[in-house]
Design a protein around this ligand. Structure first.
Ligand SMILES: *Cc1c(COP(=O)(O)O)cnc(C)c1O
Length: 368
């Protein structure tokens, strides 16, 4: 790779393929794989990632919101796309783009049936979600009878899948709770299937579920973070490779004398001589203010350079007092090696999911 001369998010498609293959190796041959590409494929690039995975014969995609699915269709993606958080205002977009809604409560179920009927749809594919403990979206187990009778009254929709979501699949201290969720889901799915008279696909596992609960793989699994290179433990992460590296460059170097301040609000005042580098990346690029004032750091020539003072909208200043570097040198914010997004996220008490999905659309993406 040539050295970065501006802020770049490098996306390694070979790593994506390796992660996909590694996760698939954990599944039975017949288990389908749904790739979660919501939020720009976790801050990378949903269109490129989806097209690449489509070539690798992934079975399904999921997005959070309808407009994310529309973007994939515009890019030529033809694989089925589940919209995890369907909203009534988007039903026209959903049907126009052959997107498949998650129907999670009576209101959205009734409204979708009415909408699809008015559009003369028959057997329109939908997915029904049950809440088994996350208490976020989904019908309760008490709704089984009413949901299925509603579905059977109409030929506008057909239930492609029944699903649920685990609340703590990464946390083995919550194993009992998770096994309860799995059992409830099994019961709900059995009842629904009996009442329906046909067999929808069942799915429950996110990445950590895939790794920790093989008994809950059912007909399909839904993986996001694992595809992008993060597991739920050091051991699992070692088998995966982060696909994204965030790099930038030193724009300017300053020497700061004792008593001078650095940046907005004079948040840092030095009590000794300091050398700082100004970098062309700020909170508008996804490095939140939470990383400022010594919490977050970047790496220059293999050495840690902590952020000095407040994060600005378009820039940060980092401490390079002990680093032999010059203007124009490359800076690693995170990469697939020692400087992982997970470590940087931990420096500010957050998680890799948040850091990587925050990298804004201003940052140029390049694919390797
Ligand atoms: C985001 C999401 C996933 C993917 O979870 P990972 O932990 O990233 O694998 C799966 N299912 C649902 C319902 C989600 O919202």
């Amino acid at each position: 790779m040539p050295k970065a001369q501006e802020t770049l998010l490098e996306i390694d498609l070979k790593a994506l393929k390796q992660n996909f293959e590694h996760l698939k190796s954990k599944l039975q041959k017949s288990t389908k794989f749904l790739a979660v590409v919501k939020a720009f494929a976790y801050g990378s690039d949903a269109e490129e990632i989806a097209k690449y995975l489509e070539n690798l014969k992934v079975d399904y995609f999921a997005v959070a919101y309808a407009n994310e699915g529309v973007a994939l269709r515009k890019a030529g993606v033809t694989t089925p796309i589940l919209v995890l958080h369907a909203l009534a205002v988007n039903f026209d977009l959903i049907i126009e783009n052959c997107l498949e809604p998650n129907l999670y409560n009576a209101k959205i179920l009734n409204e979708f049936i009415a909408f699809a009927s008015a559009e003369n749809q028959t057997d329109y594919p939908v997915h029904i979600k049950f809440n088994t403990g996350l208490n976020r979206l989904g019908f309760s187990n008490n709704d089984v009878d009413s949901v299925i009778s509603k579905v059977k009254e109409t030929n506008a929709i057909r239930v492609t899948s029944l699903f649920s979501h685990l609340a703590a699949s990464e946390d083995l201290h919550e194993k009992e709770f998770t096994l309860n969720q799995i059992n409830s889901f099994k019961k709900i799915a059995d009842n629904c299937t009996k009442l329906l008279g046909y067999k929808p696909m069942l799915h429950m596992c996110n990445t950590s579920g895939i790794l920790n609960y093989p008994e809950a793989h059912f007909d399909m699994v839904r993986s996001g973070i694992g595809l992008y290179g993060f597991g739920n433990s050091e051991k699992e992460s070692a088998n995966l490779k982060p696909i994204a590296s965030l790099k930038t460059v030193i724009s300017q170097i300053h020497t700061i004398e004792k008593g001078e301040s650095v940046g907005y609000n004079r948040a840092y005042t030095s009590n000794k001589f300091l050398k700082t580098a100004t970098l062309p990346i700020g909170h508008a690029d996804g490095i939140g203010r939470i990383y400022g004032n010594g919490k977050g750091f970047v790496t220059i020539h293999g050495k840690k350079a902590p952020i000095v003072g407040n994060v600005c909208m378009d820039m940060i200043m980092v401490n390079i007092t002990d680093i032999d570097c010059k203007e124009g040198d490359e800076v690693i914010v995170f990469d697939a090696n020692l400087n992982s997004a997970e470590t940087l996220a931990e420096s500010a008490n957050t998680i890799s999911y948040e850091l990587i999905t925050s990298i804004s659309q201003r940052v140029k993406r390049i694919f390797i």
